[in-house]
Design a protein around this ligand. Structure first.
Ligand SMILES: Nc1ncnc2c1ncn2[C@@H]1O[C@H](COP(=O)(O)OP(=O)(O)OP(=O)(O)O)[C@@H](O)[C@H]1O
Ligand SMILES: [Mg+2]
Length: 329
């Protein structure tokens, strides 16, 4: 993988100060058999040019929906979204998206796939095409794929395919890069490397990044801020916990605890109960500013504390605070 210095040399310049994203009271509801179903509500946040905003939240809370809205692939039901003060459209070339699956065309080489991300005018004219080829070469170098330019997606590893996907998203030199769990399908080590690659790219080409991730550590390692979304439909998300609860009750009924409908011991209940939803609040549960500057120390204590807080915000008990206070004794 290229060093930050190599990345610096090959990166194209981004428009300085561009890429401010503002979401004003954004909501999205979908038609459902039982009426409309609200997925996002009252999402109000300003993202600064060059900022990395991590977005986390339980499955189904609307993270991908939010990203699609910012990309202009979907329109909000209420509120508005603007990049640098103007509203976005579905053909907006100021934004680019990469997903968990690389979504490369299997019959094209990696270079040809990256080429597809170039702005349309670059793909058409003769001079533009030459510049385009040069840009593709630079991008492949940026993501450490010089040697694999002529390989096809099925001939390369998952991490390599994902790097090609990232290069394709960067090809149009976007002001705002939208990433939906981009490293979610990769093994743990490749994932850590991809995180550092993303930071190298960002240092060289500081676009605004909105990164949806399931990984709280990743959110804190990469983000300037972490946006924690809540589910407006907590019971559906908590279905597995409800199942566990039912099984514990069934087991306990023979031993004299928790006949159907009765309370479980508090210690068990604590692990199963979802966090109580605030009655009137919207989708944003919390916005956390991550202290310190990147690259961050993965073993930092403050980050570990924040990680525990965010996990608890996601309804995952960590015992971290108990452990920390024991250690301090
Ligand atoms: N086009 C659509 N029509 C109807 N419902 C939709 C549509 N798109 C998304 N939804 C619903 O919106 C909710 C949020 O979906 P979304 O994909 O944004 O969740 P997510 O937070 O990205 O989840 P995950 O972490 O599992 O990827 C889901 O209940 C989903 O079924
Ligand atoms: Mg999603």
């Amino acid at each position: 993988m290229p060093s930050a210095v190599a990345v610096q040399e090959t990166a194209a310049s981004t428009r300085a100060g561009a890429g401010a994203v503002s979401l004003t009271e954004v909501g999205r509801a979908f038609a459902s058999p039982t009426g409309t179903r609200e997925v996002l509500q009252g999402v109000d946040i300003r993202i600064a040019p060059g900022e990395i905003l991590s977005v986390i939240g339980p499955s189904g809370c609307g993270k991908s929906t939010l990203l699609r809205l910012i990309a202009g692939l979907d329109a909000p039901s209420t509120g508005s979204i603007a990049v640098d003060g103007t509203s976005i459209s579905d053909t907006d070339e100021r934004t680019a998206v990469a997903f968990q699956e690389p979504r490369l065309l299997p019959w094209r080489t990696l270079a040809q796939n990256v080429e597809l991300g170039l702005p349309r005018e670059t793909q058409r004219s003769g001079a533009g095409r030459r510049a385009g080829r040069e840009r593709v070469r630079e991008l492949l170098h940026l993501v450490g794929l010089d040697h694999a330019a002529d390989q096809r997606p099925r001939e390369v590893s998952g991490g390599m395919a994902q790097r090609a996907s990232l290069a394709r998203a960067l090809a149009r030199n976007p002001d705002v890069l939208l990433l939906d769990e981009p490293f979610g399908a990769l093994d743990a080590l490749t994932r850590l490397r991809m995180q550092d690659l993303l930071l190298d790219i960002h240092a060289a080409q500081p676009t605004t990044i909105v990164l949806v991730t399931h990984d709280v550590e990743e959110a804190l390692y990469l983000g300037d801020r972490v946006l924690l979304l809540r589910s407006l439909h907590a019971p559906a998300v908590d279905a597995p916990a409800a199942e566990v609860r039912a099984r514990v009750l069934a087991l306990g009924s023979g031993a004299g605890i928790g006949a159907s409908g009765a309370a479980l011991p508090a210690a068990v209940e604590r692990h199963l109960a979802p966090p109580a939803p605030a009655a009137s609040a919207g989708s944003i549960a919390r916005v956390v500013t991550v202290p310190g500057t990147r690259p961050r120390d993965r073993a930092d204590r403050t980050l570990a504390d924040l990680r525990a807080t965010l996990l608890e915000g996601l309804g995952v008990p960590t015992h971290h605070h108990q452990l920390a206070s024991k250690e301090n004794r």
